[in-house]
Design a protein around this ligand. Structure first.
Ligand SMILES: [Zn+2]
Ligand SMILES: [Zn+2]
Length: 371
Protein backbone atom coordinates (compact mmCIF):
# COMPACT_ATOMS: atom_id res chain seq x y z
CA UNK A 1 0.00 0.00 0.00
CA UNK A 2 1.05 3.63 -0.46
CA UNK A 3 2.41 5.59 2.50
CA UNK A 4 4.35 8.76 3.27
CA UNK A 5 7.14 7.91 5.71
CA UNK A 6 9.34 10.28 7.71
CA UNK A 7 12.71 8.50 7.68
CA UNK A 8 14.93 11.24 9.13
CA UNK A 9 14.21 14.47 11.03
CA UNK A 10 14.28 17.71 9.03
CA UNK A 11 13.95 15.85 5.72
CA UNK A 12 10.94 15.47 3.40
CA UNK A 13 8.54 12.54 3.75
CA UNK A 14 9.39 9.58 1.50
CA UNK A 15 6.51 8.34 -0.65
CA UNK A 16 6.80 4.56 -0.86
CA UNK A 17 5.15 1.18 -0.97
CA UNK A 18 4.87 -0.45 2.47
CA UNK A 19 3.31 -3.64 3.76
CA UNK A 20 -0.44 -3.41 4.46
CA UNK A 21 -1.19 -4.07 8.16
CA UNK A 22 -2.31 -7.59 9.14
CA UNK A 23 -5.94 -8.26 10.10
CA UNK A 24 -6.84 -6.49 13.38
CA UNK A 25 -6.94 -8.45 16.64
CA UNK A 26 -8.45 -7.79 20.09
CA UNK A 27 -10.13 -4.39 20.30
CA UNK A 28 -8.44 -3.02 17.18
CA UNK A 29 -9.88 -1.92 13.85
CA UNK A 30 -8.37 -1.77 10.39
CA UNK A 31 -9.36 1.56 8.85
CA UNK A 32 -9.03 2.51 5.19
CA UNK A 33 -7.92 6.12 5.43
CA UNK A 34 -9.87 8.62 3.30
CA UNK A 35 -8.53 11.92 4.66
CA UNK A 36 -5.64 12.85 6.94
CA UNK A 37 -5.01 16.31 8.31
CA UNK A 38 -1.69 18.01 9.09
CA UNK A 39 -1.28 19.43 12.60
CA UNK A 40 1.35 21.76 14.09
CA UNK A 41 2.55 18.78 16.15
CA UNK A 42 3.46 16.97 12.90
CA UNK A 43 5.80 19.87 12.14
CA UNK A 44 7.26 19.80 15.66
CA UNK A 45 7.77 16.02 15.41
CA UNK A 46 9.42 16.28 11.98
CA UNK A 47 11.85 18.87 13.36
CA UNK A 48 13.15 16.32 15.88
CA UNK A 49 11.93 18.29 18.91
CA UNK A 50 9.94 15.39 20.35
CA UNK A 51 11.09 12.08 21.79
CA UNK A 52 9.54 9.38 19.58
CA UNK A 53 11.53 7.25 17.12
CA UNK A 54 11.70 7.05 13.33
CA UNK A 55 10.72 5.91 10.77
CA UNK A 56 7.14 7.07 11.21
CA UNK A 57 3.98 7.64 9.18
CA UNK A 58 2.58 10.93 10.50
CA UNK A 59 -0.93 12.40 11.00
CA UNK A 60 -2.82 12.04 14.24
CA UNK A 61 -6.11 13.44 12.93
CA UNK A 62 -7.69 11.43 10.17
CA UNK A 63 -10.88 9.73 8.98
CA UNK A 64 -11.82 6.66 7.01
CA UNK A 65 -13.93 3.52 6.80
CA UNK A 66 -13.70 0.41 9.00
CA UNK A 67 -12.70 -2.53 6.80
CA UNK A 68 -12.11 -5.17 9.53
CA UNK A 69 -12.64 -5.49 13.28
CA UNK A 70 -10.89 -7.52 15.99
CA UNK A 71 -12.94 -10.13 17.90
CA UNK A 72 -13.09 -8.13 21.15
CA UNK A 73 -14.46 -4.81 19.89
CA UNK A 74 -17.23 -3.82 22.30
CA UNK A 75 -20.76 -3.74 20.87
CA UNK A 76 -21.40 -0.66 23.03
CA UNK A 77 -19.17 1.40 20.74
CA UNK A 78 -21.71 1.06 17.92
CA UNK A 79 -19.08 0.29 15.26
CA UNK A 80 -19.38 -2.01 12.24
CA UNK A 81 -17.49 -2.91 9.07
CA UNK A 82 -18.25 -0.29 6.42
CA UNK A 83 -18.92 2.46 8.97
CA UNK A 84 -17.07 5.79 8.54
CA UNK A 85 -15.07 6.91 11.58
CA UNK A 86 -12.95 9.83 12.68
CA UNK A 87 -9.65 8.90 14.35
CA UNK A 88 -7.70 11.02 16.84
CA UNK A 89 -4.08 10.14 17.62
CA UNK A 90 -4.63 9.54 21.32
CA UNK A 91 -4.80 7.01 22.98
CA UNK A 92 -3.83 3.70 21.38
CA UNK A 93 -3.79 0.78 23.84
CA UNK A 94 -3.70 2.59 27.20
CA UNK A 95 -2.56 0.43 30.13
CA UNK A 96 -6.06 -0.03 31.57
CA UNK A 97 -4.97 0.09 35.19
CA UNK A 98 -3.40 3.47 36.02
CA UNK A 99 -5.32 6.36 37.62
CA UNK A 100 -6.07 7.93 34.22
CA UNK A 101 -7.49 4.65 32.90
CA UNK A 102 -9.58 3.97 36.01
CA UNK A 103 -10.91 7.52 36.58
CA UNK A 104 -11.87 8.45 33.05
CA UNK A 105 -15.06 10.53 33.28
CA UNK A 106 -17.32 8.01 31.57
CA UNK A 107 -15.14 6.90 28.66
CA UNK A 108 -15.04 3.13 27.91
CA UNK A 109 -14.11 1.03 30.96
CA UNK A 110 -10.35 1.11 31.60
CA UNK A 111 -9.73 3.52 28.72
CA UNK A 112 -7.85 6.66 29.74
CA UNK A 113 -7.09 9.21 27.03
CA UNK A 114 -4.43 10.74 29.29
CA UNK A 115 -2.73 7.40 30.13
CA UNK A 116 0.99 8.08 29.84
CA UNK A 117 1.63 4.49 28.75
CA UNK A 118 -0.71 4.73 25.73
CA UNK A 119 0.57 4.98 22.17
CA UNK A 120 -0.16 7.93 19.89
CA UNK A 121 -0.95 7.36 16.22
CA UNK A 122 1.27 9.48 14.00
CA UNK A 123 3.88 9.86 16.76
CA UNK A 124 4.72 6.63 18.56
CA UNK A 125 2.79 4.46 16.04
CA UNK A 126 2.00 4.97 12.38
CA UNK A 127 -0.84 7.38 11.65
CA UNK A 128 -3.00 8.53 8.78
CA UNK A 129 -0.64 9.38 5.91
CA UNK A 130 -1.08 5.87 4.47
CA UNK A 131 -3.86 3.85 2.84
CA UNK A 132 -4.67 1.57 5.80
CA UNK A 133 -4.11 2.01 9.55
CA UNK A 134 -4.61 -0.13 12.65
CA UNK A 135 -6.47 1.89 15.31
CA UNK A 136 -7.92 1.19 18.76
CA UNK A 137 -11.73 0.92 18.57
CA UNK A 138 -12.03 2.99 21.76
CA UNK A 139 -10.29 5.94 20.10
CA UNK A 140 -12.68 6.58 17.27
CA UNK A 141 -15.98 8.41 16.76
CA UNK A 142 -18.60 7.47 14.14
CA UNK A 143 -18.94 10.17 11.47
CA UNK A 144 -22.43 11.73 11.36
CA UNK A 145 -24.31 11.44 8.08
CA UNK A 146 -23.82 14.90 6.62
CA UNK A 147 -20.04 15.05 7.14
CA UNK A 148 -17.28 13.92 4.80
CA UNK A 149 -13.91 12.46 5.74
CA UNK A 150 -12.25 15.77 4.77
CA UNK A 151 -14.72 17.61 7.05
CA UNK A 152 -13.97 15.20 9.89
CA UNK A 153 -10.18 14.80 9.87
CA UNK A 154 -9.27 18.35 11.04
CA UNK A 155 -11.72 18.08 13.92
CA UNK A 156 -9.95 15.05 15.44
CA UNK A 157 -7.17 17.11 17.06
CA UNK A 158 -7.82 20.80 16.37
CA UNK A 159 -11.61 20.55 16.80
CA UNK A 160 -11.47 18.43 19.94
CA UNK A 161 -8.78 20.58 21.55
CA UNK A 162 -10.68 23.82 21.08
CA UNK A 163 -13.95 22.18 22.18
CA UNK A 164 -12.24 21.08 25.41
CA UNK A 165 -10.74 24.57 25.83
CA UNK A 166 -14.23 26.10 25.63
CA UNK A 167 -15.40 23.71 28.33
CA UNK A 168 -12.41 24.70 30.46
CA UNK A 169 -13.53 28.31 29.87
CA UNK A 170 -16.83 27.38 31.60
CA UNK A 171 -18.91 27.24 28.44
CA UNK A 172 -21.54 24.52 28.83
CA UNK A 173 -21.24 22.45 25.68
CA UNK A 174 -24.83 22.32 24.53
CA UNK A 175 -26.91 24.68 22.41
CA UNK A 176 -27.17 27.98 24.25
CA UNK A 177 -24.62 26.79 26.86
CA UNK A 178 -22.52 29.89 26.26
CA UNK A 179 -25.39 32.32 26.68
CA UNK A 180 -24.25 35.54 28.28
CA UNK A 181 -20.55 34.65 28.09
CA UNK A 182 -17.98 36.58 26.12
CA UNK A 183 -14.91 34.60 25.08
CA UNK A 184 -11.76 36.13 23.62
CA UNK A 185 -9.76 33.87 21.31
CA UNK A 186 -6.17 34.85 20.71
CA UNK A 187 -5.00 33.32 17.44
CA UNK A 188 -8.59 33.14 16.19
CA UNK A 189 -7.57 33.02 12.52
CA UNK A 190 -5.46 29.87 12.90
CA UNK A 191 -6.33 26.19 12.56
CA UNK A 192 -7.78 25.80 16.06
CA UNK A 193 -8.94 29.39 16.34
CA UNK A 194 -11.25 29.51 13.34
CA UNK A 195 -12.97 26.36 14.60
CA UNK A 196 -13.20 27.87 18.08
CA UNK A 197 -14.93 31.00 16.74
CA UNK A 198 -17.58 28.84 15.06
CA UNK A 199 -18.12 26.55 18.06
CA UNK A 200 -18.29 29.45 20.54
CA UNK A 201 -20.80 31.48 18.51
CA UNK A 202 -22.97 28.43 17.82
CA UNK A 203 -22.93 27.58 21.54
CA UNK A 204 -24.31 31.06 22.21
CA UNK A 205 -21.17 33.05 23.19
CA UNK A 206 -20.09 36.45 22.03
CA UNK A 207 -16.54 36.24 20.67
CA UNK A 208 -13.64 38.67 20.58
CA UNK A 209 -11.53 37.15 17.79
CA UNK A 210 -7.92 38.35 17.89
CA UNK A 211 -5.13 37.83 15.39
CA UNK A 212 -2.10 39.68 14.13
CA UNK A 213 -1.43 38.79 10.48
CA UNK A 214 -3.16 39.76 7.25
CA UNK A 215 -3.72 36.14 6.19
CA UNK A 216 -5.21 35.06 9.51
CA UNK A 217 -7.48 38.12 9.67
CA UNK A 218 -8.67 37.45 6.10
CA UNK A 219 -9.55 33.84 7.00
CA UNK A 220 -11.32 35.15 10.08
CA UNK A 221 -13.43 37.53 7.98
CA UNK A 222 -14.46 34.65 5.72
CA UNK A 223 -15.43 32.55 8.74
CA UNK A 224 -17.44 35.40 10.25
CA UNK A 225 -19.22 36.05 6.92
CA UNK A 226 -20.20 32.39 6.78
CA UNK A 227 -21.95 32.73 10.14
CA UNK A 228 -24.78 34.71 8.50
CA UNK A 229 -27.15 36.20 11.09
CA UNK A 230 -24.77 35.19 13.90
CA UNK A 231 -21.89 37.19 12.45
CA UNK A 232 -22.71 40.20 14.65
CA UNK A 233 -21.68 38.10 17.67
CA UNK A 234 -18.00 38.28 16.64
CA UNK A 235 -15.70 41.30 16.99
CA UNK A 236 -12.53 40.92 14.94
CA UNK A 237 -9.44 42.50 16.51
CA UNK A 238 -6.13 43.27 14.79
CA UNK A 239 -3.65 43.15 17.67
CA UNK A 240 -1.09 45.06 15.60
CA UNK A 241 -3.18 48.23 15.47
CA UNK A 242 -5.66 48.08 18.37
CA UNK A 243 -4.87 48.37 22.08
CA UNK A 244 -6.33 45.95 24.62
CA UNK A 245 -7.67 48.89 26.63
CA UNK A 246 -9.71 50.14 23.65
CA UNK A 247 -10.82 46.63 22.65
CA UNK A 248 -12.07 45.96 26.16
CA UNK A 249 -14.22 49.08 26.18
CA UNK A 250 -15.46 48.60 22.59
CA UNK A 251 -16.49 44.98 23.13
CA UNK A 252 -17.54 44.92 26.77
CA UNK A 253 -18.50 48.51 27.60
CA UNK A 254 -16.97 51.24 29.73
CA UNK A 255 -16.84 50.39 33.44
CA UNK A 256 -17.63 52.86 36.17
CA UNK A 257 -14.47 54.72 37.17
CA UNK A 258 -13.81 52.94 40.42
CA UNK A 259 -14.90 49.48 39.20
CA UNK A 260 -12.52 48.66 36.30
CA UNK A 261 -12.67 44.89 36.91
CA UNK A 262 -16.39 44.59 36.21
CA UNK A 263 -16.28 44.95 32.43
CA UNK A 264 -14.27 42.56 30.30
CA UNK A 265 -14.39 39.13 28.72
CA UNK A 266 -15.31 36.11 30.82
CA UNK A 267 -12.59 33.94 29.35
CA UNK A 268 -9.52 34.04 27.13
CA UNK A 269 -8.22 31.16 25.03
CA UNK A 270 -4.51 31.46 24.18
CA UNK A 271 -3.54 29.57 21.03
CA UNK A 272 -0.30 31.18 19.71
CA UNK A 273 3.07 30.42 21.23
CA UNK A 274 3.67 34.13 21.75
CA UNK A 275 3.99 36.12 24.96
CA UNK A 276 2.24 39.09 23.30
CA UNK A 277 -0.87 36.95 22.78
CA UNK A 278 -1.08 36.21 26.50
CA UNK A 279 -0.15 39.73 27.62
CA UNK A 280 -2.69 41.35 25.28
CA UNK A 281 -5.43 38.87 26.18
CA UNK A 282 -4.95 39.10 29.95
CA UNK A 283 -5.81 42.79 29.76
CA UNK A 284 -9.24 41.91 28.31
CA UNK A 285 -10.34 39.60 31.11
CA UNK A 286 -12.68 40.84 33.81
CA UNK A 287 -12.10 40.01 37.46
CA UNK A 288 -12.79 36.35 38.34
CA UNK A 289 -12.38 35.45 34.65
CA UNK A 290 -10.38 32.56 33.29
CA UNK A 291 -7.40 32.14 30.98
CA UNK A 292 -7.09 28.81 29.15
CA UNK A 293 -3.86 28.07 27.34
CA UNK A 294 -3.54 25.48 24.62
CA UNK A 295 -0.05 26.52 23.59
CA UNK A 296 3.06 25.69 25.57
CA UNK A 297 6.04 27.65 24.25
CA UNK A 298 9.41 26.10 25.09
CA UNK A 299 10.63 29.33 26.67
CA UNK A 300 7.47 29.54 28.82
CA UNK A 301 4.98 32.32 29.47
CA UNK A 302 5.44 35.21 31.87
CA UNK A 303 2.38 35.47 34.10
CA UNK A 304 1.75 38.48 36.33
CA UNK A 305 0.85 36.95 39.72
CA UNK A 306 -1.02 40.13 40.58
CA UNK A 307 -3.57 39.21 37.88
CA UNK A 308 -4.18 35.96 39.71
CA UNK A 309 -4.04 37.41 43.22
CA UNK A 310 -5.81 40.76 42.97
CA UNK A 311 -8.09 40.05 40.00
CA UNK A 312 -8.75 36.39 40.87
CA UNK A 313 -8.05 35.29 37.31
CA UNK A 314 -7.80 31.55 37.00
CA UNK A 315 -5.19 29.87 34.72
CA UNK A 316 -5.75 26.50 33.09
CA UNK A 317 -4.34 24.39 30.27
CA UNK A 318 -5.96 21.70 28.13
CA UNK A 319 -4.73 18.91 25.88
CA UNK A 320 -7.14 17.39 23.32
CA UNK A 321 -10.08 15.72 25.12
CA UNK A 322 -11.85 12.53 26.09
CA UNK A 323 -13.59 10.15 23.70
CA UNK A 324 -17.08 11.16 24.84
CA UNK A 325 -16.15 14.79 24.15
CA UNK A 326 -14.91 13.78 20.70
CA UNK A 327 -18.30 12.27 19.88
CA UNK A 328 -20.21 15.24 21.31
CA UNK A 329 -18.02 17.70 19.40
CA UNK A 330 -18.41 15.84 16.12
CA UNK A 331 -22.19 15.56 16.44
CA UNK A 332 -22.44 19.25 17.32
CA UNK A 333 -20.25 20.18 14.33
CA UNK A 334 -22.44 18.10 12.02
CA UNK A 335 -25.69 19.57 13.35
CA UNK A 336 -24.55 23.20 13.52
CA UNK A 337 -22.41 23.17 10.38
CA UNK A 338 -19.02 23.84 11.99
CA UNK A 339 -16.40 23.20 9.32
CA UNK A 340 -12.69 23.84 9.01
CA UNK A 341 -11.54 25.87 6.04
CA UNK A 342 -9.51 23.22 4.22
CA UNK A 343 -7.09 22.94 1.35
CA UNK A 344 -6.71 19.38 0.07
CA UNK A 345 -3.77 17.52 -1.48
CA UNK A 346 -3.07 14.10 -2.97
CA UNK A 347 -1.11 11.73 -0.71
CA UNK A 348 1.87 11.93 -3.08
CA UNK A 349 1.86 15.73 -2.68
CA UNK A 350 2.32 15.69 1.12
CA UNK A 351 5.66 17.48 0.91
CA UNK A 352 3.99 20.31 -1.03
CA UNK A 353 1.43 20.49 1.77
CA UNK A 354 4.27 20.79 4.31
CA UNK A 355 5.93 23.56 2.29
CA UNK A 356 2.62 25.44 2.09
CA UNK A 357 2.16 25.00 5.85
CA UNK A 358 5.55 26.55 6.58
CA UNK A 359 4.78 29.36 4.13
CA UNK A 360 1.75 30.26 6.23
CA UNK A 361 -1.09 29.02 4.02
CA UNK A 362 -4.22 29.48 6.13
CA UNK A 363 -6.83 26.99 7.24
CA UNK A 364 -6.32 23.26 7.71
CA UNK A 365 -4.25 21.38 5.13
CA UNK A 366 -5.64 17.91 4.49
CA UNK A 367 -4.56 14.90 2.43
CA UNK A 368 -7.60 13.65 0.50
CA UNK A 369 -6.96 10.00 -0.40
CA UNK A 370 -9.76 10.01 -2.97
CA UNK A 371 -7.90 12.59 -5.06
ZN1 LIG B 1 -2.56 17.81 16.72
ZN1 LIG C 1 -3.28 3.82 31.93
Amino acid sequence: MRAQVLEAFNTPYVFKDVKKPDAPTGQDLLVQVQAASYCHTDAVFASGAMWQDLPRVGSHEFAGVIVAMGDDVSKELGLSVGAPVGVPGRAFHPCGSCYECRVNDGDPHGYGVYCTKAGNLGLSRDGGFQEFCIVDSRQVAPIPQNMTAVDTAPLMCAGLTIWNALQAARVTLKEGGGDGLTVAISGAGGGLGHLGVQFAVKLGCRVVAIDASDGALELLRQVVDSLGPLSHKVSIVDARTQTPEDVRIETCGKPENDLPGEKGVDALLVLPEAQQALTFGMKLIKDHGICVTVSFPKEGFLIQPRDLVFRHIEMKGVLVGRNHQLREMLNFAAKKDVRAKTRTYKLEDLNQLVTDYHNGVNGKLVVDMTK
